[in-house]
Each structure stands twice: as C-alpha cells, then as structure tokens.
Write a protein that binds this ligand. Structure first.
Ligand SMILES: [Mn+2]
Length: 469
C-alpha cells in the first residue's frame, strides 16, 4: 500500500514536469489579444475630453456564505480594457501623457502582489512581471505602490468613473482591501481639492464603444452562440414527460461546459407550463408533464462574452393546436422583427415590428380586446444589446442600428392561469429568442443552428438523445 503510494507520488511528480513544460498547449489560446485591449483603450482615450482621467476598478471578490466566495467574475469594463481576471486592480487612463511614480504615459495599471501562500490555495497571481508579459502593458505597479502623493488630482478638470456598481465612493469603500484603499485615496483627493472636480460617469463613452463589436469579439460570440445552440438542441432531443426542469437545465449546461464555457451567461431559465409564464423563473423544480410547454432561456458565456437564446418546446414532442397557434404567432413576430434588423433601422423599430404582429394576432384569436390588453400578454421589450453583459451597453431608442451591433430579437406571449381569456389558452408561455449580428448588408443570425419552426422542432424531438438511456 505504502509502496504503491510512493510510486504513485513519484509518477505524478514526473508527469507534473511534463505538464508544465507543455503548459501553453494545454490551455485555451483564443482569448482576446493584448492588441485588442490596447486598441479599445486607445479608442476610449480618443473620446475623453481634455485634462481628464478615467478610473476603472477590477470587480471585488464577493462573499457567498461564511468563508466561501462566489466564483470570481471580473468587471466587464475592466476586462474590456485589460483582459486581466484578477481582483484588487485599478486602471488609470489619461487623455494626455502624465508622470506617475517615475513613469510617463497615458495608461497605468495597479495590480495585486504575488503571494506564495495565497497562490498555494487559489492559484497563480500574475504580479507586475506577469501582467507586463501577458497583457503587454507598460506602466504596471503593485496596488500597494499607489499613494496619495503619487496621484495628485488637482491637475485634472474631471474624473471619469462611477459606472453602475463600480461606483468607487459607494461600493468600494465598504470592504477593507487593497482596492478600497486606492478608492479611498482617490475619494479624499477629490474632496480635499479646493477647485471642484467633476466626477462623471463613463457610461456614455462605454456605450459608444461596447455597443459596436470588433471582429475578435464576434469570434467569441459565435463560439458562445454555437455551444448554447448545442445545449438547446440536446434538450429538444432528450425532453420527455417525467423529466424535471432542473434535468433539462443539466443537459443544457453540460454542453456549455463541455465546450469550454466558464459559466452560463446568466442563471438558466427552464420553466414548464405555468412556469413558462414567469419571465425570469430560475428555481427549475417542476416535474414536467405531457402537454406542458417548456421555455428554456439559457446561454453560455465564453471568455467573457455571452449568448442569450430562448427556445420553447412541447414536453411530449408535439405542440397542441392552441400551443401551435400561439407559437407560430410569436415566430411570425420574430421573423418580421429580424427582417428589419439592418443598418439604418431605428433600434425601437425591432420592438414596434414584433409588437404589431403579436397584437394583431392576439386580437384575432380573441385573447385580447385591444393593444393595451395585448401588452399584458407581451410585457417585455423585444430587443436588447448583448456581449460582455447579457444586457449589454449599446445605443437604443431611435438610434439607428449600425454594423457591429449585436442584439436579441425575442418576442413572447405569456398566458398564466387565471388570465382573462378562454381557459384553453392558460399555461401557455412562449418566447423565441435569437442573437442577431448587424452586418453592413443586413444581419446574420448567430443562433440559427437551433431550430425555430414547429416542424423542425417536432422532427428534432424524435431524434435519439445521448442522454436517453
Ligand atoms: Mn434576452
């Protein structure tokens, strides 16, 4: 027993050496490039007004319970500009070259120190040298080097920060860590300044940048969409009465992880029957019955980018006549809305187009008396941008779509039990959601590899699932 253990240990050490020698071949290599991040920082600086500094913080580690943290998820703005997936870091972008801690430049990053003890538990910290090498950043310091003397805000007219939960003065000063210390220095530097410094939001500039996807981002979004469609398709094949909603979720998420997705882009929604009528139902506990419709709104996140796909399918493999009428009405609305997705179309037209079709159909079927009543069955918008966030930044309202916008088209009809219509429609909830890239000639549906028509879905439902045994 002991002998075997010793041999085992020896073997594992030897194989460890081999692993580290080939490490670069054993890990994903399709991350955003340092050049991508540098390009995005340059594009941001281009949009900054004179004499301005922009501050971006890494996301904080968030406590789940007792001494267990949630899996770390980087701030999307910080990731967009750096690629770094570590906490306790700060990026400063200046409009014009500035000298800080003996270095002159427009970009400075402060990162966490190497810490052998911490690294033994949770893995490698890149440190100054690692960040320089991996992300090709020049002015890299440890966060402990950041101090009030090094960073004199007096010379700036405005500070750009305060982005949603990245609000330095609210969120970051609550928890005692390196990030909070840096935030507190900036906070007091602003307060002590005799001349008022405008603290402005980066949202406006970030919306302009993140709303238009670069080729490297599109390539990651294609992968996220592909692995999400694989999950949806296997659920269509595997679903049967008696299966639990969470088992449909498990099949779905198996394909995300199998293909390298770090995690779902948002909590997976798998609601059957009345649960299909709850827009963000995530408890996924029902045992599904023959005659139920299952609405699955699930997608993978890959290297920071998420798809957002919804399919609605009959649990027994065949739509009932009422389900089919509602399903095909939603599908017609979606087709009409996808058809207007092209450069020049106002963003709001996507919703207007889908809603016109849904309203007309619900009135014709006698489910709604007028447009206002129809809205109760279609209570959400038809479209949002997606990318780093599932509800991503991008111009909306009357703003025209442009090539590189990436938007969902997701009309729905939800008729919960108790609705003011014939009981035969109750418990039908349908949403169909696809991910549409605006191209210079029109659009490309990145989620088209999962079927949408009644005939295609019923055909796929007859196929053997790898989980059917
Ligand atoms: Mn969506």
């Amino acid at each position: 027993m002991h002998k075997i253990l010793i041999i085992g240990l020896f073997l594992s050490l030897t194989s460890l050496e081999i692993v580290s020698a080939q490490a670069s071949d054993n890990y994903p290599t399709d991350y955003l490039s340092p050049e991508f991040h540098a390009g995005r920082r340059a594009a941001f600086r281009e949009k900054m007004s004179a004499n301005t500094v922009a501050i971006f913080f890494a996301a904080q580690v968030r406590l789940r319970n007792n001494d267990v943290d949630y899996q770390y998820a980087q701030s999307k703005n910080f990731y967009y500009f750096t690629g770094l997936e570590e906490p306790n870091a700060m990026l400063l972008l200046f409009k014009t070259p500035t000298t800080l801690l003996g270095k002159t430049g427009t970009e400075f990053i402060f990162v966490q120190n190497r810490d052998p003890l911490k690294e033994m538990w949770t893995g490698k910290i890149l440190g100054v040298d690692g960040v320089k090498e991996k992300y090709k950043l020049e002015n890299v310091f440890t966060s402990t080097q950041f101090n009030a003397a090094a960073f004199n805000l007096k010379q700036y007219d405005s500070v750009l920060s305060l982005f949603r939960t990245e609000d330095i003065f609210e969120t970051y000063t609550r928890n005692p860590n390196e990030l909070a210390r840096m935030a507190a220095i900036i906070d007091s530097s602003i307060k002590e300044n005799k001349q008022p410094i405008a603290a402005r939001n980066t949202m406006f500039l970030m919306t302009a940048l993140r709303g238009i996807k670069e080729p490297e981002e599109i390539s990651l979004l294609e992968k996220a969409s592909m692995m999400s469609c694989e999950g949806h398709n296997e659920v269509i094949r595997a679903i049967k009465p008696g299966m639990k909603e969470y088992q449909a979720q498990a099949i779905m998420e198996y394909f995300f992880k199998k293909n390298g997705s770090e995690y779902p882009g948002y909590p997976s929604i798998n609601g059957a029957a009345e649960n299909a009528c709850v827009l963000h139902y995530i408890s996924n506990l029902r045992t599904m019955q023959s005659g139920d419709l299952l609405l699955s709104d699930c997608a993978a996140e890959y290297h920071g980018y998420t798809a957002d796909i919804t399919r609605t399918i009959p649990v027994n493999g065949k739509f009932s006549p009422e389900q089919k009428l509602i399903y095909e009405l939603v599908l017609a609305a979606q087709d009409s809305a996808i058809a207007v997705c092209k450069p020049g179309t106002p963003f709001s037209s996507i919703d207007e187009t889908a809603r016109r079709v849904v309203n007309r159909g619900l009135i014709k079927l006698g489910i709604a008396a007028n447009d206002a009543a129809a809205r109760t069955y279609f209570p959400h918008g038809t479209s949002h941008h997606l990318g780093l966030d599932v509800h991503d930044l991008g111009l909306r309202g009357k703003s025209p779509l442009v090539a590189g916008n990436f938007v969902t088209v997701e009309p729905g009809i939800y008729i919960p039990p108790g609705s003011k219509c014939d009981k035969k429609w109750w418990n039908i909830g349908v949403r169909i959601e696809d991910d549409i890239l605006i191209t210079k000639d029109g659009n490309r549906n990145l989620s088209e590899s999962s079927p949408r028509t009644v005939a295609q879905i019923e055909k796929m439902a007859k196929q053997q699932s790898v989980f059917s045994k």
